[in-house]
Ligand binder design. Structure first.
Ligand SMILES: O=C(O)CC1=CCC(=O)O1
Length: 261
């Protein structure tokens, strides 16, 4: 367990300490355990760096609203704390927005991007304000059923794997959740995406109701030379629902771009 005191951020590393660095950024309402199902399926020779976005997991949850620039600066701080450079940055949903912002700002830190279940703009200001009002009024436990419906395809929800993910939602900070909603509401990366000049993989779950495949494809179409792949049968969190397929797509991309042998 590692800690960046100046920013109140929790991060950790796994895998090969001298391997090719891969940084993972999680989505709204999740913490770094989001990536647990994928790690066993990744190739060897990777240095896996994960962190809890501010307002989530073991990181601090200062009062919001958060700005996307602050979330990007947090990602920079994690990479600096790890002493890493030229990382592969993997971001899911708001984590994918952070990834785009980071690559635009600090191309020296990032070599390739994998953007899962994300877009250049997610939802509307009205939608996010409603979400902020709901979390302040009701709390995350009351919102969990609706969140799980957006996260997972019906087949996954019908099985017995959902309770730990419900717990993950319920144990996040309401203040951190609201602060992050505000960051998403204020973010439009249309012009940023068009100017990205690095290898990018865009991944979409065919059953995703939060960031449907068309939204992910819109982002991929804006990024010159990017690659778009569908993960069949998965909702918003393909790393949870289809971890082997997610890992295979990521590993194929890391090999194709020479990030790992
Ligand atoms: O709506 C959700 O809960 C899914 C989501 C949207 C942005 C994000 O990070 O997660």
């Amino acid at each position: 367990m590692r800690w960046i005191a100046a920013r109140g951020l929790h991060w950790r590393e796994d895998g090969d300490p001298s391997g090719a660095p891969v940084v993972f950024a999680n989505s709204l309402g999740t913490d770094l355990r989001l990536w647990d199902p994928v790690l066993p399926h990744l190739p060897g020779g990777l240095r896996i760096i994960r962190y809890d976005k501010r307002g989530h997991g073991l990181s601090e949850a200062p009062p919001g609203p958060y700005a996307m620039g602050t979330l990007v600066a947090d990602a920079e701080a994690v990479i600096d704390a790890a002493g890493a450079r030229e990382v592969a940055f993997v971001g899911l949903s708001v984590g994918g927005m952070i990834a785009q912002g980071l690559a635009a700002k600090r191309l020296d830190l990032v070599r390739v991007l994998a953007l899962s279940s994300t877009g250049v703009k997610i939802g509307t200001r009205r939608l996010w304000q409603d979400r902020i009002d709901a979390v302040r009024r009701e709390g995350l436990a009351a919102m969990a059923p609706a969140i799980l419906e957006r996260w997972f395809a019906p087949a996954f929800r019908a099985g017995d794997a959902v309770p730990p993910w419900r717990r993950m939602i319920e144990t996040q900070f309401a203040q951190g959740y609201a602060g992050t909603c505000a960051a998403i509401a204020g973010t439009d990366l249309h012009s940023v995406a068009q100017d990205l000049r690095l290898p990018v993989l865009a991944l979409a779950g065919t059953e995703d109701r939060a960031t449907p495949p068309d939204l992910v494809r819109e982002m991929a179409d804006l990024i010159p030379g990017s690659r778009f792949e569908l993960i069949r049968g998965a909702g918003h969190l393909p790393c949870v629902e289809r971890p082997e397929a997610f890992a295979a797509a990521l590993a194929g991309f890391l090999r194709a771009t020479g990030h790992v042998a």
